[in-house]
Design a protein around this ligand. Structure first.
Ligand code: 1HE
Length: 258
């Protein structure tokens, strides 16, 4: 796959997607967002997990402000809906995504990171929604996805006051679930993606597609959907094989850490 602002490479079952516009701090131009869409659509069949990271000093500086030209309200809505469609395809695609975050993860960059299924942050990462200071609003799904990670009150604080969260604050708030040293993020991201890729496909499907929906449902409907998903997953031959492996002492136990 050849792109101008992205690079896609493959390591076995892992696909590695690099935001590759470092001279503009990986700011998301319309062309780059279209390329993201094309890249996700063309992920080869054998790729079972993706790692997304950014070239240069930063993960992503958000919307390319040079393109925020004279849009009418209707054009603004259409533009935002375009991002929603594409970011939804990342979140609800075929392969889970591990985002590796470093440097600026701001505006649309944080919205993009919010589409991923796991976030690994290097200690250089920082998070902000400068939209609040630029006189605009979130438009790439950030007001839906990021409050689910850190709460609407923290998103509002970041936008009202221009507050910037450090990597440590982002970890404590729930943006990342892994925090690693400078330059260690990609290796950790690939290691986690390999573990994800080794899961039964039905498990990864359930985690990507059922769990976020169940979490939004009321208890009755949620429990029913959980039962449906549980029934489907456990009836797969792969699940039966994995359970038999455990019972016949061929599979690893859960071990205490450290
Ligand atoms: C950009 C962008 C951008 C950098 N659009 N060109 N996002 C923001 O408001 C964040 C704006 N960017 C920054 O605050 C800083 O650039 C960074 C903290 C990300 C990086 O700082 P630094 O010192 O490493 O780089 P720089 O010198 O500021 O930028 C290098 C170049 O990238 C420079 O261009 P040059 O031609 O002068 O070399 C910058 O203009 C360019 N650049 N960020 C365009 N964002 C769907 S709604 C989503 C709404 C949003 O995302 S709003 C938040 C936008």
């Amino acid at each position: 796959m050849k792109f101008k602002s992205l690079r896609f490479s493959r390591r076995g079952a892992i696909g590695i997607l690099l935001l590759n516009r470092p001279h503009k701090r990986n700011a998301l131009s319309d062309a780059m967002v279209e390329e993201l869409d094309a890249c996700i659509a063309a992920v080869p069949e054998g790729v079972r997990a993706l790692v997304m990271h950014g070239a240069g000093e930063h993960f992503c500086a958000g919307l390319d402000l040079a393109e925020l030209a004279d849009r009418s309200a209707a054009q603004g809505v259409a533009h935002s809906r375009g991002w929603h469609r594409i970011f939804d395809r990342i979140q609800f695609g075929r392969a889970p995504v591990v985002a590796v975050l470093h440097g600026a993860v701001v505006g649309g960059g944080l919205e993009l990171a919010g589409c991923a299924h796991l976030r690994v942050a290097e200690n250089s990462a920082f998070y902000a929604f400068p939209e609040g200071q630029r006189g605009i609003f979130l438009g790439g799904g950030g007001s839906v996805r990021v409050p689910r990670l850190i709460g609407a009150h923290r998103v509002a604080d970041m936008m009202f006051t221009g507050r910037v969260l450090s990597a440590q604050e982002g970890q404590a708030a729930g943006i990342s679930t892994y925090l690693v040293g400078q330059g260690k993020g990609l290796a950790r991201g690939i290691e986690l993606a390999r573990r994800i890729a080794s899961n039964a496909p039905a498990t990864n499907f359930a985690l990507m597609h059922a769990l976020p929906r169940i979490a939004e449902l009321g208890q009755d409907a949620g429990l029913l959907m959980e039962s449906l998903m549980a029934g489907i997953a456990q009836s797969e031959p792969e699940a039966k094989r994995r359970m038999k492996d455990f019972l016949e002492k061929r599979a690893g136990k859960v071990k205490r850490r450290g």
